[in-house]
Design a binder for this molecule. Structure first.
Ligand SMILES: Nc1nc2c(ncn2[C@@H]2O[C@H](COP(=O)(O)OP(=O)(O)O)[C@@H](O)[C@H]2O)c(=O)[nH]1
Ligand SMILES: [Mg+2]
Length: 452
């Protein structure tokens, strides 16, 4: 194993920076950059010292550092954590000095990868460490922490144990066919299958909701030209991002921004207005709008409340069929409400709607509340999230369990019934990281930050 180093804090002006070193040559490096005898350094104690370039002997900074002796460190190896002054230059100079002293630059996630390889955490926990750094809201952090705390590994472990139990039942028959063991109780076995399948289904459903929640909902603002979509977009952003104009067809392309709506980080799209047009560019814009609607979770459909002739059209019906969450926004109430409210309410039935003035920022906060409610409806309150990789494995496991169950129901031989169960167990090992291939590990850790 090589010895590697990395700056663990963001590049830029800051009060302090952290530079980490891990691997068997850590002590050697410590000696070369601090001019101290490693045998006189106690682990887990904070030292204050000048830090020197190992060749030029020039002082690079005055720092504090902690040495950790293996296995009692983050990675499980000898480790050094240096707290230096921040900024663009000092951390880089220190990193260069450490490399000169014998370390290699660390790959993204290399510290956590070593932590995993040294058996300090399972792969689910390792993935959660990356998710924590990337969480954008408080609830996102709590979702990702549940994986780090091993809550998810334990819940998964229960399912795994139940499968092992089932395998044992079948193997008893396979291994001792001549012995006088009682035949399997079909109803008991059925129960076991049901329990596993139910638990797995819930596990996958919640984990996928969690993943979507972490990504945040996509919200498309759409409607006819000139109803005030771009004005509402700006109102939600609280700045003038989109061009607002009385000339219809101004927004021909879509624009999107990440916006906090209450506690939720969302991605809001301002789209090209929908109307019949001969303009080639505008037509492309409208086509794009349709694509955005397709991938959005919440559709904010705008109408002009100050126009007498405004009415709902087939558009909404279409959306409902696509099972999108819809909010109808009646805009321009500052000009007076002239639409036929009674008729509209009848047409809207169970669709949420709200009256606002985007221009005068009236009821925008109420709209935010409504969006938040819709988000909760879509995602529920997931306790954890599964990455795409994790989710894929779980779905495969579920398929295998169902396959085994079908064979069992058809009264096929125990050898055939047990096969998919065993396969599912080895797949489950991939999830927590027992005997996983290097290629898979590389893929997982390449998305990490350097120094993590
Ligand atoms: N009176 C009033 N005018 C608005 C309101 N929202 C937008 N407008 C105006 O309607 C016109 C079209 O607005 P814009 O946001 O560009 O509409 P878009 O085509 O749907 O994006 C502009 O002149 C806006 O100033 C509103 O709440 N009240
Ligand atoms: Mg616009």
């Amino acid at each position: 194993m090589s010895t590697v180093c990395a700056i663990a804090t963001p590049h830029g002006i800051s009060a302090l920076a952290i530079i980490r070193v891990t691997g068997p040559d850590t002590k050697e490096i410590l000696k070369k950059i601090f001019f101290k005898n490693p045998s006189e350094i106690s682990p887990k104690r904070i030292y204050r010292s000048f830090l020197y370039h190992p060749e030029t002997k020039e002082i690079l900074d005055e720092v504090t550092f902690v040495f950790y002796r293996e296995p009692e460190s983050y990675t499980g190896e000898d480790m050094l954590e240096i707290i230096s002054h921040g900024g663009y230059i000092v951390p880089r100079l220190i990193e260069e000095a450490i490399i000169k002293a014998g370390a290699d630059p660390a790959l993204p996630g290399e510290f956590t990868k070593r932590r995993f390889l040294n058996g300090k955490i399972d792969l689910l926990q390792a993935e959660s460490i990356n998710e924590i750094s990337r969480a954008t809201t408080k609830s996102a952090v709590s979702i990702t922490l549940s994986k780090l705390k091993r809550d998810v590994s334990k819940r998964f472990g229960v399912i795994q144990d139940e499968i092992i139990d089932l395998v044992k039942d079948f193997e008893a028959i396979i291994d001792f066919p001549e012995e006088d063991i009682p035949p399997l109780d079909d109803r008991e076995i059925m129960k076991k299958y049901n329990s596993i399948i139910k638990k797995l289904e819930n596990f996958i459903e919640e984990g996928e909701k969690g993943r979507k929640f972490l990504k945040g909902p996509k919200i498309a603002i759409c409607g006819k030209t000139n109803v005030g979509k771009s004005t509402l977009f700006n109102a939600l952003l609280e700045r003038e991002r989109a061009i607002v104009s009385e000339i219809p067809g101004t927004t021909r392309d879509y624009i999107s921004e990440e916006v906090f709506i209450k506690e939720v980080l969302t991605k809001v799209f301002d789209t090209a207005g929908i109307r019949k047009t001969k303009g080639k560019v505008e037509k492309i814009g409208i086509k794009k709008t349709e694509q955005i609607i397709e991938q959005s979770d919440i559709i904010v459909y705008m109408l002009d409340a100050s126009s007498k002739n405004e009415k709902l059209d087939g558009f909404i019906k279409n959306l409902k069929e696509k099972e999108k969450e819809i909010i109808v926004v009646f805009n321009k109430i500052d000009r007076g409400i002239k639409i036929d409210r009674k008729k509209l309410k009848r047409d809207l039935k169970d669709i949420s709607f709200i009256f606002v003035s985007a221009k005068e920022r009236k009821n925008i906060d109420k709209l935010r509340n409504l969006i938040e409610q819709k988000t909760m409806k879509i995602f529920g309150e997931p306790h954890f999230s599964l990455s795409e990789r994790e989710s894929r494995i779980c779905v495969k496991v579920l398929t295998l369990i169902r396959e085994s169950f079908t064979s069992f129901s058809k009264k096929l031989s125990e050898e055939i019934v047990v096969l998919p169960l065993k396969e599912s167990l080895s797949l489950m090992n991939d999830l927590i990281g027992i005997d996983v291939e290097d290629k898979i590990l590389e893929k997982i850790f390449e998305n990490f930050c350097v120094g993590k």
